[in-house]
Design a protein around this ligand. Structure first.
Ligand code: ZN
Length: 307
């Protein structure tokens, strides 16, 4: 067989191409894109755990804002803290339910209807762990609400943990798995921390204000989305809650945080109709006030303040 001879120039070109291929492989495997690495890891649903006692999920009525208390045994988790001015209502609710400290706080995203009263809550009660959406430079807000939340965290020396897809937090004997954000997106709503809480056979899905693009990310990632109770995305707006997403979640119950006569027209008719077509029983803060789900891991009951 004739041996092929390369000229000096051809050899230089081959060396250069080899170096480029090695560099590209290195970049794909190590520094990016993060999106690929994250989707690869998010498919792992937390294993089923034995439910001990009861799990309570309290959707606290803070009008068109968001605030959810989760209790399991002595453990208390708070997801979001309403609007500025909701601090008295939230702290009163926590006090009435015997919550003297918060083991875990999740702030879904930096909008005022989710972190409005967060600074006051942090100053009022000890907080053990605090999880927040990743905050790339393009998303760092300069609002007074955000700054005062950071100041309160600093004063109380509470570290901020960036939500990582597939991270699992123990909530007593329940488990909270972070599902999103899976990639950096332009809209702050789409940086919302999406999480799924499981207890025995029951599951709850909290979506913050994540929009359809994030729902598509989640559908594409293949993670488990099914939930008995869905905290409906973005206050029941059509910018969230796609048909494909609702079909995958297939919630028996849907809770919508929406203020009476809010200027956004939340919840949107299309979303209500879409939930009804899927036989989801709808609870909403403007009609039912505080809505509390209680489960022993099998049975699931709901109590409403009104309606
Ligand atoms: Zn919101």
């Amino acid at each position: 067989m004739a041996k092929r001879r390369y000229t000096k120039k051809q050899k230089q070109l081959i060396s250069l191409l080899t170096a480029v291929v090695v560099l590209v492989c290195f970049l794909v495997e190590t520094v990016g894109p993060g999106w690929r690495r994250l989707t690869a890891s998010v498919g792992l649903a937390p294993e089923t755990v034995t439910a001990e006692g009861e799990l309570e999920v309290h959707f606290i009525d803070v009008g068109n804002a968001d605030c959810t208390l989760v209790r399991q045994g002595d453990f208390a988790l708070l997801i979001d803290a309403g609007e500025r001015g909701d601090d008295d209502a939230i702290l009163d609710y926590l006090n009435r339910h015997g919550v003297t400290d918060l083991d875990l706080v999740v702030a879904t995203h930096a909008h005022a209807d989710h972190i409005g009263a967060m600074a006051k809550v942090i100053r009022a009660l000890p907080v053990a762990r605090f999880v927040f959406a990743p905050m790339p430079a393009a998303h760092t807000p300069t609002t007074a609400t955000y700054v005062s939340m950071l100041e309160a965290l600093d004063e109380k020396q509470v570290a901020v943990e960036a939500a990582q897809p597939n991270a699992v937090y123990e909530v007593g004997s329940a488990r909270l798995q972070i599902l999103a954000p899976l990639q950096e997106r332009e809209d702050t709503n789409d940086m919302s921390v999406v999480s799924r809480l499981t207890f025995g056979e029951r599951a709850f899905l909290f979506t913050g204000d994540a929009g359809v693009a994030v729902e598509d990310d989640l559908l594409y990632s293949g993670c488990t989305l099914q939930a008995d109770v869905l905290k409906v995305g973005h206050h029941g707006s059509t910018t969230s809650n796609s048909a494909a997403f609702l079909s995958r979640v297939s919630p028996a119950y849907a809770f919508i945080p929406c203020g009476e006569g809010n200027s956004y027209g939340h919840p949107h008719e299309e979303v209500l109709a879409s939930l009804q077509r899927r036989q989801s029983k709808i609870y909403r803060s403007d009609v039912h006030g505080d809505v509390v789900f209680v489960t022993d891991g099998t049975e699931l009951t709901v109590q409403t303040e009104k309606g």
